[in-house]
Design a protein around this ligand. Structure first.
Ligand SMILES: [Zn+2]
Length: 157
């Protein structure tokens, strides 16, 4: 047990106390502070992971569009490969949308955790993780389709 200064009134409060006996301000135990810190770390690393994901998906979508447009111009796009390319493009777009959605939910996670709605924040974080993984799944599926489309395209040449 240790005494700390209350952040509101400056009087000594036991770290064991739930709240300051002088002014009633809730005392955060080191364990609680740790948890909040950990949460922040998770949220911010999640945010950078999502940023990377968004760049990846968005970049792939744009690169892919340019690529398809190029093939289209040259008239080398067979119906089989164009079908696969369109499917791939669709998946890339879904992946991007999901990454954007996950970005929104991680923002909400942050808001909810800052107002200490831990349950809602946890639920929102699960949604974020789910969206993130689905987005990665879309990206992988899209890449797979793109490779198949390329194979179909090169068969002709
Ligand atoms: Zn106090």
């Amino acid at each position: 047990m240790a005494l700390i200064k209350c952040l509101d009134c400056g009087k000594d409060v036991s770290t064991e106390a739930a709240a300051c006996p002088h002014c009633g301000r809730p005392v955060k135990t080191p364990g609680q502070i740790d948890r909040v810190k950990k949460y922040d770390t998770v949220v911010s690393s999640g945010q950078s992971a999502l940023r990377a994901l968004l760049t990846l998906d968005g970049g792939a979508t744009i690169a892919f569009l340019t690529f398809i447009g190029h093939l289209w111009d040259k008239g080398t796009l067979s119906s089989e490969s164009s079908h696969l390319f369109v499917a791939a493009l669709q998946m890339f777009i879904y992946g991007t949308l999901l990454a954007v959605l996950a970005y929104g939910t991680i923002f909400l996670t942050n808001c909810l955790s800052s107002v200490e709605w831990h349950r809602s924040a946890n639920a929102m974080f699960s949604v974020t993780v789910l969206l993130g993984f689905t987005s990665v799944g879309c990206f992988l599926a899209a890449s797979w389709r793109a490779v198949e489309g390329l194979q179909a395209a090169t068969k002709l040449i």
